[in-house]
Design a binder for this molecule. Structure first.
Ligand code: GLA
Length: 677
């Protein structure tokens, strides 16, 4: 078997969505492919929830309808991203293998009648998914429609953890392998505390229901274990497919919306990274979260083009209030993903379902049919993607890295932290949003990664930072980098144990300080920070202050009020060839502007100077660049760029007017001076 390609065999950019034709009579399929062609759809994901149709009884396969479907798609020039249906085993499976059901932390066994009910620890489940993936690959590995494999669906949701007896047995084996001895386990988990010492492996429990909080180091390992098990299940299917087929294999991630999966590790297992993203309705600036998710996806993909596997044409159905997208919003969303590295724009789903849990979810072809606003916009977007086909394969480059580590997220989200108001995702978003508003393109990076190519590294939420990661960051500063660290970082090691030497001690040299005591604010309490570097300013703050013990850092702002009044709030430390900045209080995205402007000056990073509502990212091709502009404002905005807008064909000499709510994809030659905005 030859090595798999890292991109599906397709012309141009990919456009399409999940397609579940088994929900519709056969004659509807003909309508579907006709309308897909009208919309410029060139790929659909099929079979993701089709196990019960593909194997109606154990060992009895029915491939006739899938044969028909793939032939129909191929005859119409539409490729298939063929799903394996492991996220939704059939009723007969759970009837026959009741132990394959997931048990939740309170001991409740999850029954059939939904999706995602199978236990990663079930040998019957693992056997069955290998069989099914192998059977599909054997039958369709050479089918001309099949250009990619899509294993499972969104690992980790709706359930990841299993507290059933088989999972607990795997957990003990996993721990034995990780720690080798009970002494090592007891030391790592700090079981001397509350008398939790284990004297036999069979006494080790899972972190299920307990009278008060569970040992946090155990919970952190449980998160690692669960993620490992899910990855094992992926590999079972991947290998079964690989025995018969060589198309690229993917599984759809959820970037910033995923909790259970460490995507740095997952990305190493797939041939091509794909991601799902949905706007969060309560957030009026949800497009900033979208951009974050896209940048994170590109970063775990190692900068290579990636697939937007799912987003929505309009409303979803699973939030409290499912707001519809405004006219033009879908196009802005799709173009943001494109600008940030996606070479495939896909949706959940092609045709809205009449029945079932998701009938109020939007689709490319809504219940209202082809003569609807949404479908017209779907057709228009398909045309844009054809016009912008040359963008394919170009890459995004960034001078700034934001540190993102799922282990730190897991650890920080545990109970009994100094303040409920300190949240990994909230800080990640605030720091990212500052960079976004300043028009600074960023990558995300793991704190162990080689960071030397970045001018600036930002750590908004590095609560768990190992000694070796901290050494990596310190070296980065020594060698001339600029590092910006937010409070509640470098607190614990990989076992959620406080670093020796106290809070922030591993970054003492880089930042010129440690932290003696946390001084969280009461709920709703606000304070002020007096900024004294350059122009003086008073900035609002809340949630957090602390007692910083300076060890060489210069104070550039101090708390004017609050429990830490008179103590440092923001510091700057020259170390080696570089600079380490530290923010010891919570500043919102607007107050962070003062900090970032000073940090940019140290790092030699230049904000774009464009209006905050004009989102611009450049993709670099072999000989040309593509400037993707998305105007989130109501008013037209001027973009300094020379080249051709691929969406309209308009030539621009030095400035393009992007209409309010509009988009542009401008091809510029590097020599024309339109290279950077
Ligand atoms: C997820 C799933 C899809 C669908 C959508 C709805 O992304 O992968 O099957 O449920 O959510 O938004």
């Amino acid at each position: 078997m030859t090595a798999a390609a890292s991109w599906p065999r397709l012309e141009g950019l990919a456009y399409g969505g999940d397609y579940n034709p088994e929900q519709w009579p056969r004659e509807t399929w003909d309508d579907d492919v006709r309308l897909m062609r009208e919309a410029g759809v060139n790929i659909v994901s099929v079979g993701i929830f089709s196990w019960a149709m593909l194997e109606p009884e154990e060992g009895v396969y029915d491939f006739a309808w899938m044969d028909d479907l793939l032939d129909l798609l191929h005859a119409n020039g539409i490729a298939a991203d063929l799903g394996t249906p492991s996220v939704s085993p059939p009723a007969w499976f759970f009837h026959r293998y009741p132990d394959a059901r997931v048990t939740d932390k309170d001991g409740t066994v999850m029954g059939f009648g939904s999706r995602g009910m199978a236990s990663h620890a079930s040998p019957e489940y693992r056997e069955a998914i290998a069989r099914m993936a192998g059977a599909l690959a054997e039958r369709y590995g050479d089918h001309p429609a099949v250009v990619m494999w899509h294993i499972h669906n969104e690992y980790g949701v709706p359930v990841a953890e299993d507290f059933g007896p088989r999972a607990v047995a795997s957990w003990r084996r996993w721990l034995e392998e990780r720690y080798g001895s009970l002494d090592a386990l007891n030391a790592a988990w700090g079981t001397a505390f509350w008398g939790q010492r284990y004297g036999a492996w069979e006494h080790v429990v899972a972190p299920a229901a307990t009278p008060t909080i569970v040992n946090p180091a155990m919970k952190l390992d449980w998160a690692r274990f669960t993620d490992d098990q899910l990855r094992e299940c992926f590999v079972v299917e991947r290998d079964a497919i690989r025995a018969h087929a060589d198309q690229p294999i993917t599984t759809n991630f959820m970037a910033h919306q995923s909790w259970n999966t460490d995507l740095w590790k997952w990305a190493e297992l797939v041939d091509v990274v794909s991601d799902d993203h949905y706007l969060w309705s309560p957030d009026p600036d949800a497009h900033v979260g979208l951009a974050l998710s896209a940048d994170l996806t590109r970063s775990v993909a190692g900068g290579k083009p990636w697939i937007l596997m799912e987003h929505s044409t309009s409303a979803v159905n699973w939030q409290g209030r499912n707001t519809a997208k405004r006219p033009g919003e879908m196009r802005r969303n799709a173009l943001t993903h494109l600008g940030r590295g996606a070479d495939a724009i896909m949706f959940f789903q092609w045709r809205a379902s009449r029945s079932g849990a998701e009938k109020f979810h939007s689709a490319m072809l809504p219940h209202a049919g082809a003569s609807s606003r949404v479908f017209r916009e779907v057709v228009e977007l398909g045309g844009h993607l054809q016009d912008a086909a040359q963008v394919r394969g170009s890459v995004v480059e960034a001078d700034v890295a934001v540190l993102y580590d799922w282990e730190s997220l897991w650890a920080q989200d545990l109970e009994w932290r100094p303040s409920d108001d300190v949240q990994f995702r909230e800080r990640m978003r605030a720091f990212y949003e500052r960079l976004w508003r300043d028009g600074v393109t960023v990558d995300f990076a793991h704190p162990d990664q080689d960071l030397s190519r970045y001018r600036l590294v930002v750590a908004p939420a590095s609560y768990l930072l190992t000694a070796s990661s901290a050494a990596n960051l310190t070296r980065y500063v020594e060698n001339g980098g600029t590092l910006l660290v937010n409070f509640f970082s470098a607190i614990v090691d990989e076992h959620d144990a406080v670093h020796e030497g106290g809070f922030v001690a591993p970054l003492r040299d880089a930042l010129g300080l440690t932290v003696e005591e946390f001084l969280p604010l009461r709920e709703g309490e606000t304070a002020e920070v007096r900024w004294t570097r350059g122009a003086e300013a008073v900035l609002p703050s809340d949630v957090w202050q602390e007692d910083i013990a300076l060890a060489g850092a210069e104070v550039v702002a101090e708390n004017a009020t609050g429990p830490g009044a008179g103590k440092p709030a923001v510091t700057r430390n020259e170390h080696g060839e570089g600079v380490g900045w530290y923010v010891g209080t919570r500043l919102d995205v607007h107050a962070l502007k003062t900090v970032f402007d000073a940090v940019y000056a140290d790092a030699g990073v230049e904000p774009s100077g464009l209006p905050e509502t004009l989102e611009v990212v450049t993709r670099h091709g072999a000989a040309e660049d593509f400037v993707v502009a998305v105007n989130h404002g109501d008013d037209a905005a001027r973009l300094p760029v020379a080249g051709t807008d691929l969406l309209t064909g308009a030539e621009t000499e030095g400035e393009l007017e992007v209409p309010g709510g509009g988009v542009a994809v401008v091809r510029t030659s590097r020599e024309s001076g339109g290279e950077e905005v």
